[in-house]
Design a protein around this ligand. Structure first.
Ligand code: NAI
Length: 283
């Protein structure tokens, strides 16, 4: 099925980046958020990012308006009835997402794929809210979505082959590499990455090596583009802690227990880049 028109629901950090990604690849986007102000802000942010691409000669001036022209902010989801596919990127809350999926299910015909960008919720749980669970799937982008090449395609218990094929084809169409994964906590990347960061924080906490040694070791010894402590600052200490707590709870295994220092940093509001202080200081 050809995808020409997508509803992106949620215009926060991820929704705005996903909308940009689609529009850059000539897909028309309906952009919806429960806050019109956030939706308008999302378009301003896209405009600023496109301008930066023009300034760095990665985008032609005349393409900026074309890309922005493909994004339509809507106040009511019903206005997106003609969309071929939905990508949901609203707040990470099971109750709110389920209620939103149930709403989508009533608006869109049963052949319209309903994808969620959720990082930690089970796709099969979201699918419980709809009459056609075979069309519910995970399409997990990475921040910043308009740059990062990976999309995890999450197969829920009832997701159909057609749905998986559609999402993989869409991911490839927008220049991403899709990888398929079962509906298990953390999928692939967060299940590997966040416990690795937690372990790096333990090394630091136990004074086994200092901050720069830990980051340098993983850059030069493992070929990582940035060290785990710098990465923790970038992701946000609160987000890392939250993911570890989820992994521990959902996989019911103490090996995922978050270390003490992460909790202390949360208490001290040392959340990394976003608060100006984490393992590193930021201006
Ligand atoms: P965000 O907080 O920046 O944006 C969420 C948006 O959803 C807000 O603008 C809010 O107004 C809107 N919203 C809340 N309830 C709504 C409703 N009922 N209807 C319409 N809009 C509603 O959150 P962010 O970071 O963009 O995350 C969105 C989703 O993407 C979450 O599921 C998250 O797990 C996932 N994700 C986040 C990543 C990140 O780095 N921030 C990376 C990959 C996935």
């Amino acid at each position: 099925m050809e995808i020409k028109n997508i509803l992106v629901a949620g215009a926060g950090t991820m929704g705005s980046q996903i909308a940009q990604c689609m529009a850059e690849h000539k897909i028309d986007v309906f952009l919806f958020d429960s806050s019109m102000e956030i939706a308008r802000n999302a378009v301003s942010k896209i405009s600023e990012r496109l301008q930066r691409s023009i300034d760095s000669k990665q985008l032609r001036t005349q393409d900026k308006q074309k890309i922005l022209g493909r994004i339509t902010i809507i106040e009511d989801v019903h206005r997106a009835r003609s969309a071929d596919l939905v990508i949901e990127a609203i707040v990470e809350d099971l109750k709110i997402k389920k209620s939103f999926f149930s709403h989508l299910d009533k608006i869109f015909s049963k052949d319209v794929v309903l994808a969620s960008n959720t990082s930690s919720l089970r796709i099969s749980k979201l699918a419980e809210a709809v009459n056609y669970p075979e069309r519910v799937v995970g399409m997990h982008f990475f921040n910043p979505a308009h740059r990062m090449k990976l999309v995890e395609v999450v197969r829920g218990e009832k997701t159909s082959e057609d749905t998986i094929r559609t999402i993989k084809a869409l991911a490839e169409f927008i220049g991403k590499t899709p990888v398929e994964v079962k509906d298990k906590p953390g999928f692939i990347v967060n299940r590997l990455l966040i416990p690795m960061i937690n372990e790096a924080v333990i090394l630091f906490e136990e004074n086994i090596a200092d901050r720069d040694s830990i980051d340098t070791a993983m850059k030069l010894g493992a070929g990582h583009p940035m060290g785990p402590l710098a990465l923790a600052d970038l992701i946000g200490i609160d987000v890392c802690l939250n993911i570890m707590e989820n992994l521990e709870k959902q996989l019911n295994n103490v090996k995922y227990a978050p270390c003490k220092l992460l909790r202390q940093m949360l208490k001290d509001n040392k959340l990394g880049k976003k608060t100006g202080q984490g393992f590193y200081s930021y201006k």
